[in-house]
Write a protein that binds this ligand. Structure first.
Ligand code: MN
Ligand code: MN
Length: 363
């Protein structure tokens, strides 16, 4: 942390590296405010790291970067959630500081349902020391009872259903293609970072507690898989390949050129997040780019913060954002990151018990 040479990606031109002959064919300066191109490939970065004796972010740096990037995207985006890009420009020029406010009238640094549901899911994983779907459902119930500042309709409906009948899967529904399941899955990725099969199973199970829709499933799996790839040091080309598989199966998610929609519909969210992730080359660039498009800005900001944080590592997060974010959230995120990465592997899985044992047959 203290030594910028050790952690900062060279192309950022951070202190101590700007003047060095980094082997990248570009200068990091003069990047347009809302757009930063990525001519620098992650492999080049690794080569530069090698030449300069700089180490690439470790798994822990990437995991913490993902979780803090997620919470920061949420806190920054919440201020402009449901505004249009034009309204944001009038109000803020470029919105780039965590100031609270917004339609939820948040305190500066406060996060919303995106981060809170993720923390609830992470708490359930840690309490179970593995995967226990019923404990996860109970954690969501506990969160809903805590009177959170906001809650999506599909999440509310799903948690209510579980409270009423104890079932662990929402019935398939055309109107459950919101982004509420994909947005909260990061703790599952951290708990299963080296295990694609368990990641897929737990992701879909937690998603179906509230959202049972093939597009939500596909998005949840792809965003989680991308995060996993990045945590393990995957390159942007690896991410492109992974996204290619999603597009082959569900061409609806095509995001180049960006269709321009920013709603909470999972297709709009994924398009916005991927478009921004691939055209920016730092955490700040990705998050600022996304939230200034408005719409479901906190959720899209959180998700792109998750990908960018996993890609560039915690050292790439601007320190002003870490100071602006609620310190209690920073602390919980740090603790959860450490503990989720330290869970036993393979992740123990507890099959959910039926709610009530079947009645014995009448004598
Ligand atoms: Mn939110
Ligand atoms: Mn939102």
């Amino acid at each position: 942390m203290s030594d910028p040479l050790r952690l900062a990606p060279p192309w950022r031109g951070r202190a101590g590296l700007r003047s060095q002959p980094v082997l990248l064919n570009r200068t990091p300066a003069r990047r347009p405010v809302l757009r930063s191109r990525r001519p620098a490939h992650a492999r080049l970065w690794l080569a530069a790291c090698f030449v300069h004796g700089v180490s690439a972010p470790s798994l822990h740096d990437r995991a913490l970067g993902a979780y803090l990037g997620f919470a920061i995207g949420d806190a920054l985006g919440a201020t402009v959630e449901f505004m249009t890009a034009a309204e944001i420009t009038v109000a803020h020029k470029v919105h780039r500081n965590i100031t609270g406010g917004g339609w939820l009238r948040l305190k500066p640094g406060q996060v919303t349902d995106d981060t809170q549901m993720s923390l609830a899911l992470g708490d359930a994983l840690l309490a179970a020391r593995g995967w226990d779907l019923r404990m996860t459902a109970d954690a969501f119930v506990g969160w809903m009872r805590s009177r959170p500042p906001d809650i999506g309709n599909t999440c509310r409906r799903g948690i209510r259903r579980y409270m009423l009948d104890g079932t662990l899967s929402a019935p398939p529904a055309e109107d459950s293609a919101g982004n509420g399941a994909a947005m909260r899955n990061l703790p599952v990725v951290l708990a299963t970072f080296n295990d694609t099969g368990t990641l897929a199973r737990c992701s879909v199970e937690q998603a179906h507690l509230t959202h049972n829709h093939p597009l939500s499933d596909a998005a949840t799996l792809t965003l989680s898989r991308l995060t996993q790839l990045l945590l393990l040091g995957g390159t942007i080309s690896d991410c492109r390949r992974c996204v290619g598989e999603l597009l082959a199966q569900h061409p609806k998610f095509r995001f180049e050129p960006w269709p321009g929609n920013t709603s909470g519909y999972i297709v709009d969210t994924v398009q916005t997040v991927l478009h921004s992730f691939f055209r920016n080359d730092c955490v700040e660039g990705c998050i600022v780019d996304v939230v200034n498009r408005g719409g479901d800005a906190d959720t899209a900001g959180a998700l792109v913060g998750q990908l960018a944080g996993a890609c560039y590592g915690v050292a790439d997060i601007p320190s002003r954002w870490l100071k602006q974010l609620d310190p209690r959230i920073v602390e919980r995120v740090r603790r959860q990151t450490d503990s989720l990465l330290a869970l036993p592997r393979p992740l123990p899985i507890r099959e959910p018990t039926p709610i009530a044992p079947p009645l014995p047959a009448a004598a």
